[in-house]
Design a protein around this ligand. Structure first.
Ligand SMILES: C[S@@+](CC[C@H](N)C(=O)[O-])C[C@H]1O[C@@H](n2cnc3c(N)ncnc32)[C@H](O)[C@@H]1O
Length: 428
C-alpha cells in the first residue's frame, strides 16, 4: 500500500539528481548566527531551506508568508529578510515570547538601557546572592546546583524589581536569563523530554559559571540588536493555528512554510517545561494541562476525545485497522494518530482557504512507526491535500530516520518510508 501511494506522487529521494533540499536542511550551523543564537531551539529549521522554498515557489513579489508553527521564528525572519511580510502562530507562550523578542525593532535608547541593565544586574547578583522561591514544578529543587540556583534566582529578582523605561528592555533581560537555563541546569533536552545529566565526575557549577553563561547570552543579544538595522514587518499570534481563520482573510497569503510537530509523541510543553515554569508562563499544573490541550495532538498528554466530525481518509483508516492487531506500548496511540491527522487535515483546509491562487504551501514533516507499521505522514498529507484541490508538486525526502534495532526489524520492509520530507503543494 505504501508503494502504491508513493507512485501517485513525484517523490524525490536524496540520491536523485533533482534533489535540492537535503543538502540545505542542516540547521546546526544556524545556531551560531545572529538572532538564531539567542536560544538553541532544537527543532528549528534552516534559513537556507526557507530561502530556497520562497525562491522556488513564491509568485507574488508583494506577497505575505505564513508559518502556522512559528517555533523560534525562522520562517518569518527569513521571509522578512527577503522583503516579505511574515505572519506566524505559536501556541507555546515561551516559544512565542522568544520569537516576539527576536522579531522586533529596538530603539537606540532601549538598547542602551539593556546594556546598562545587564552589566549592573549580573554584577550586583555576584555581590549579593539571596534565596528566592522556586516555581511549583515538581523537580524545581533539583534543576540547579545550590550556588547557581541562588545566583540565577537573584538575577531574576533584580530584573523584576528594576524600573525600566522600555518594557522591551525587561523582556530582553528575561529572555537572556531564560536562554541560560539549559546550560546551567542539571537537565538536558533529550528525545521526548528532559534527562538528568550524567557525568563520571559530578559537575558542580559555581556562581562564576552562572555569571559567564548569562553574561555571554546578554552580550550576543546586545551585539545582534546593535548591528541589526532591519525593519521587521510581522504579525504574530500566541494562539493555536487551528484558529487561523479568525485572524487571516481568505486569499491573502502568497506562501506557507512550516514544520508541524510530528506524530511521534513529542510534547513540546514537556521539552520546554523549565523555560515555561521558571519564566512564569505557567504557574500551576492546570496551566500546563490547558496548554497541552490546545497544542496539536502529536502526543499523549493532550485532549484525546475524538470529535464526531473527525476526518479519516481511506489510507489512514486502513493503517489504523492494521494497527488494531498490534501490541502497542500505549493503547491510546491509535486515538492520538487519528486526532493528529484530523488536526493536520484542518490545517491544510485552512491553508487552502487563506492562500491566493498560485500560492504555495511547503510542509516539512517526519513519518512515524508504531507496532511495526509505518505511518507515511508525508504521503497521507499529500493525498489529503490533493483531494481538497491542491496540486502536489513534489514530495522531497530530506533524510531517513534511524530507528531502534527492534523497530528496524519490525519495519524493515518499509524502511524507505521512515523519513523526513518536504511536501510541496500549490493552489492552482
Ligand atoms: C517543529 S516546531 C517548529 C520549529 C520552527 N520551524 C522553527 O524554525 O523554529 C513545531 C512548533 O509547533 C508548535 N505548536 C504545536 N501545536 C501548535 C498549534 N496548535 N498551533 C501553533 N503552534 C503549535 C510547537 O510549540 C512548536 O514550537
Amino acid at each position: 500500500m505504501h508503494q502504491k501511494l508513493e507512485d501517485k506522487f513525484n517523490v524525490i529521494h536524496p540520491t536523485n539528481k533533482n534533489a535540492t533540499y537535503s543538502s540545505i536542511m542542516n540547521y546546526s550551523d544556524d545556531l551560531k548566527k545572529p538572532l538564531q543564537r539567542w536560544y538553541r531551539y532544537k527543532e528549528g529549521f534552516s534559513i537556507e531551506l526557507v530561502k530556497q522554498l520562497i525562491e522556488d515557489y513564491n509568485k507574488n513579489p508583494n506577497g505575505v508568508i505564513l508559518d502556522p508553527f512559528l517555533g523560534s521564528g525562522t520562517t518569518v525572519i527569513t521571509a522578512n529578510k527577503l522583503g516579505f511580510k511574515g505572519i506566524g502562530f505559536e501556541v507555546n507562550p515561551f516559544s512565542y515570547f522568544l520569537s516576539k523578542c527576536k522579531l522586533r525593532n529596538y530603539e537606540e535608547d532601549c538598547i542602551k538601557e539593556f546594556h546598562k541593565s545587564f552589566n549592573e544586574i549580573t554584577k550586583k547578583a555576584m555581590e549579593r546572592v539571596d534565596k528566592y522561591p522556586l516555581p511549583k514544578l515538581s523537580i524545581s529543587e533539583k534543576v540547579f546546583d545550590d550556588e547557581v540556583e541562588d545566583f540565577f534566582m537573584t538575577v531574576k529578582q533584580f530584573i523584576e524589581k528594576a524600573e525600566y523605561k522600555f518594557v522591551e528592555t525587561q523582556e530582553l533581560m528575561l529572555l537572556g536569563w531564560l536562554s541560560s537555563i539549559e546550560e546551567l541546569s542539571n537537565y538536558r533536552k533529550a528525545g521526548n523530554g528532559l534527562k538528568k545529566r550524567k557525568y563520571v565526575k559530578p559537575r558542580i557549577l559555581s556562581k562564576e559559571d552562572g555569571f559567564s553563561v548569562i553574561g555571554n547570552n546578554y552580550q550576543n543579544i546586545y551585539e545582534d540588536i546593535t548591528n541589526n538595522h532591519f525593519d521587521f514587518n510581522i504579525e504574530i499570534y500566541n494562539d493555536s493555528s487551528l484558529n487561523m481563520e479568525s485572524y487571516i482573510s481568505e486569499g491573502s497569503i502568497s506562501g506557507i512554510i512550516f514544520s508541524p510537530p510530528y506524530a511521534n509523541c513529542f510534547d513540546y510543553t514537556e521539552i520546554y517545561k523549565l523555560e515555561l515554569w521558571f519564566g512564569e508562563f505557567v504557574n500551576e499544573y492546570s496551566d500546563l494541562k490547558n496548554l497541552r490541550e490546545v497544542s496539536l495532538r502529536s502526543h499523549l498528554n493532550g485532549n484525546l476525545v475524538i470529535p464526531e466530525d473527525a476526518v479519516v481518509t481511506d489510507t489512514l483508516e486502513l493503517l489504523l485497522k492494521e494497527l488494531e492487531t498490534k501490541e502497542l506500548w500505549d493503547k491510546r496511540i491509535p486515538k492520538m494518530l487519528k486526532l493528529y491527522f484530523n488536526d493536520m487535515f484542518r490545517i491544510i483546509d485552512n491553508a487552502y482557504k487563506v492562500l491566493e491562487n498560485e500560492g504555495f504551501c511547503s510542509i516539512v514533516v517526519g513519518n512515524s512507526a508504531y507496532g511495526g507499521i509505518v505511518f507515511p505522514t508525508d504521503l497521507i498529507l499529500a493525498e489529503y491535500a490533493e483531494s481538497i484541490g491542491f496540486t502536489v508538486d513534489k514530495v522531497e525526502v530530506d533524510r531517513y530516520i534511524i530507528t531502534s534495532s527492534q523497530q528496524y526489524e519490525m519495519t524493515k520492509n518499509n524502511k524507505k518510508f521512515l523519513r523526513e520530507s518536504v511536501v510541496c503543494l500549490i493552489k492552482k
